[in-house]
Write a protein that binds this ligand. Structure first.
Ligand code: ADP
Ligand code: ADP
Length: 223
């Protein structure tokens, strides 16, 4: 079954105005359950725009976004936000962890916001931190962690609410190559263990080659 289907997605910025930028020109893409797909394209090609649309943070000008079989096109804002919280996890190039909270709390808080009881949230956070090899840093704040450790914690936060779809934008892009390789391995292990589907934008062809499939964005289309 499909976790994500994009059909005929178009998007332009400053639409109809001078300086219009056409970014997506009819993107079609489907992700099967458990599939991990690399999204490869040069900077400025529209990867972030596509991830934002797939993750219901932005709306396309035309086309349909279908997540878990449900057509999200035309949903009111509130329903889109709920669908996003329920189904989608995000990971970015920079970790965006809350600096005043510990690694554990950073993974617990999104669950509390989603109505999970504290004990259960803590257990899940501990399991996730364990899976990416930073359980021994659970009580440290982000500033006390290395870049790679911070990013591992950010992966756990992205998966805190057990999404079925993970969207990642250059998830190891701010790390040096050796660290990037290891930290990416931790992310892949976590994704495989949880069986979720992922669309991962990257410039790094070595990382892309470790995924199930590579798609390229070219002239606003997926090839
Ligand atoms: P990528 O993630 O591949 O680098 P983006 O999706 O960030 O690409 O951007 C695609 C294109 O859209 C770029 O030319 C960028 O300058 C332009 N763009 C992105 N966001 C905006 C915006 N809010 N307003 C106008 N142009 C934008
Ligand atoms: P909550 O309010 O429960 O923290 P939201 O519904 O605001 O969650 O956001 C869900 C997910 O979308 C979070 O992972 C958050 O990081 C991400 N997100 C929300 N708004 C934006 C945005 N403007 N840009 C990038 N990511 C966002």
């Amino acid at each position: 079954s499909e976790v994500l289907r994009l059909e005929g997605i178009t998007k332009a910025y400053n639409r109809g105005k001078p300086g219009e930028v056409r970014v997506l020109n009819g993107v079609d893409l489907a992700l099967g359950r458990g599939e991990v797909v690399a999204l490869v394209a040069p900077s400025g090609a529209g990867k972030s725009t596509l991830l934002h649309i797939a993750g219901l943070l932005d709306t396309p000008d035309q086309g349909r976004v279908i997540i878990g079989g449900q057509d999200m096109t035309g949903l009111p804002d509130r329903a889109r936000t709920e669908a996003r919280r329920d189904a989608v996890g995000f990971v970015y190039q920079f970790h965006h962890l809350l600096p005043e909270f510990t690694a554990l709390e950073n993974v617990v808080l999104p669950q509390l916001a989603n109505g999970v009881a504290r004990k259960a949230a803590e257990r899940r956070a501990e399991r996730l931190l364990q899976a990416v090899g930073v359980a021994d840093r659970a009580l440290h704040r982000p500033a006390q962690l290395s870049g790679g450790q911070q990013q591992r914690v950010a992966f756990c936060r992205g998966l805190a609410n057990a999404p079925e779809l993970l969207l990642a934008d250059e998830p190891t892009g701010n790390l040096d190559p050796g660290t990037s390789d290891q930290v990416f391995g931790a992310l892949m292990a976590l994704v495989r263990e949880t069986g979720l589907s992922a669309l991962i934008a990257t410039h790094n062809m070595d990382l892309a080659a470790r995924m199930d499939r590579i798609v390229r964005l070219d002239q606003g289309r997926v090839v």
